[in-house]
Design a protein around this ligand. Sequence first.
Ligand code: SF4
Length: 98
Amino acid sequence: MSEPPTESLYEEKQIRCPKLGGPVTFSYCRVESTGRPCSRAINCWSAYFDAEGLFRSHMSPEQFAQCFFSPPKSKMSTILELIEQAKKASEKPQDKEP
Ligand code: SF4
């Protein structure tokens, strides 16, 4: 039985991103979704290596399912989440200068 590939072998490999329309590295794709892999990463990278095996070996089954089997968020829900995050960030007390 072969070992799953390690991330470091592919970090700098580039492909054309169908979402962005330009080149991206695997190091970008594996943290694209707020620190988690892009939900399309298995489809995009499987032609180059065992992407599913790599992600399964580095994620819990729950994380894997949440990342790759959850329905994609709508643009509107993403915008609303970003607005909510910005509101929370602006409500945090600022560091006061002495
Ligand atoms: S995995 Fe996501 S970010 Fe990476 S190339 Fe595919 S669509 Fe683009």
